[in-house]
Design a protein around this ligand. Structure first.
Ligand SMILES: Cc1cc2nc3c(=O)[nH]c(=O)nc-3n(C[C@H](O)[C@H](O)[C@H](O)COP(=O)(O)OP(=O)(O)OC[C@H]3O[C@@H](n4cnc5c(N)ncnc54)[C@H](O)[C@@H]3O)c2cc1C
Length: 376
């Protein structure tokens, strides 16, 4: 049932059923818009399926962007409650430790910065670490932190749940259908998809890395960085790998190598990546997956005996300056852009803000730094 006031029903086409487009489609349909979702693949099959899906405001700068992520993090519980399926939303926080004096200083200053921003992040000693995660074998620890608010989700399950819920609110969904053209005039936006011409009051472009190309069809410039990343998966492991926390970041085993991050999914499989959330990686071979798993097993003994499933390189949607792109473009007034890194963390926020701007005609001040026009 629509929760909005009675007025002319908007026709909206959403291009892309990743976590961002699916969340927006759901939110718009819930507000009573007539939504058509088009994806050339399946819901959550793009970057969303490659994501480590750590919900966090921990690794976000400057403070305005940190607060933006924190706000979305705080919306996830309520957002996930709308679905009749378990989307794997789990809290528990992030624990990170380092093994050198230099990294300890960096971690201490990061914790102090997060505390100054009002984000709970405490330094842990060895005893506290062991209390939190008794099963880990952390090796040398020069400093450790715990950010208790962070969580995780199964992003493809969440995208599927959004699409299913959107259809319950009347949305129509066209999958395995590619948008090949987009035309805009002063009162409408029309896409051609799978040979069909679909006119709408507004088109939302949530095509992830392909948003640059989609936006160009309407004369809009949205440059992106090439941002490949690799997160490997293990077979499902029946016992819990972690006791309390959802995400761990462990130091490199040898100097010069990247740090390792790990979480356990709803089906028991572990996701393991290396480096930061923005590190570039292209090695998606079995050899690399085996080696990464072996390194992680040094810290997480529950991984011993697991087998590594290589996952192909994923490409992060990554605007050129690293910050979200959200809003109508002055160049094409019926085209609404939604493109971001950290889209798993930010999906509830992107959906709520986009809905207010499209359905209510609001101009959300909070989005001022993230407007598409900054690239004009
Ligand atoms: C390795 C890696 C690790 C990550 N880790 C995290 C993390 O820990 N936390 C976090 O918050 N975020 C993380 N991210 C980022 C996050 O996953 C993305 O920001 C998010 O998934 C983007 O969702 P999206 O819906 O915008 O894009 P996508 O999931 O890529 O969806 C876009 C959709 O558009 C469709 N599409 C494109 N062009 C067309 C067309 N012409 N016609 C029809 N359909 C089209 C595609 O088929 C696709 O389904 C990570 C990403 C990667 C790759």
């Amino acid at each position: 049932m629509s929760t909005g006031p009675s007025k002319k029903q908007l026709n909206i086409t959403v291009v892309g059923a990743g976590i961002v487009g699916a969340a927006i489609a759901y939110s718009l349909a819930k507000r009573g818009a007539a939504v058509t979702v088009i994806d050339r693949g399946r819901p959550g099959g793009g970057a969303t399926s490659h994501s480590f899906a750590w919900i966090n405001a921990t690794a976000k700068h400057p403070v305005s962007y940190h607060n933006f992520n924190r706000r979305s993090l705080g919306m996830w519980d309520r957002f996930a409650k709308d679905f009749d399926t378990d989307v794997g939303l789990r809290w528990g926080g992030q624990m990170e430790w380092v093994a050198t004096g230099e990294s300890a200083k960096e971690l201490e200053s990061r914790a102090a910065q997060l505390q100054a921003w009002g984000y709970p992040c405490q330094m842990l000693d060895g005893v506290q670490m062991a209390q939190l995660e008794p099963g880990l074998t952390p090796g040398t620890v020069t400093a450790a932190i715990y950010c208790e608010l962070d969580g995780m989700v199964e992003p493809t399950v969440a995208a599927e749940a959004c699409i299913k819920a959107a259809t319950k609110h009347g949305a129509s969904v066209e999958l395995e259908t590619e948008v090949s053209s987009l035309k805009v005039d002063s009162s409408s936006a029309t896409v051609v998809a799978g040979g069909e011409t679909i006119a709408a009051d507004v088109v939302v472009l949530a095509g992830g890395v392909d948003n640059t190309q989609l936006a160009a069809m309407a004369g809009i410039t949205i440059p992106q960085q090439d941002s490949p990343g690799v997160v490997i998966r293990t077979n499902p492991i029946s016992q819990p790998l972690l006791t309390h926390v959802s995400v761990v970041y462990a130091p490199p085993l040898e100097s010069g190598r990247p740090e390792i991050h790990l979480r356990q999914c709803l089906d028991g499989s572990a996701l393991i990546g290396e480096g930061t959330q923005e590190s570039l990686a292209r090695n998606d071979t079995q050899l690399h997956a085996d080696e990464l798993l072996a390194r992680a097993a040094e810290y997480v003994p529950g991984l011993k005996g697991a087998s590594a499933v290589p996952v192909s390189v994923g490409y992060r949607p990554m605007p050129l300056d690293g910050f979200p792109v959200i809003g109508f473009s002055p160049k094409a007034p019926n085209v609404y852009l939604a493109l971001t890194h950290s889209g798993v963390t930010l999906a509830p926020m992107m959906a709520q803000m986009a809905t207010m701007e499209i359905v209510d005609g609001a101009n959300v001040d909070l989005l001022a730094d993230y407007r598409p026009s900054r690239f004009d």
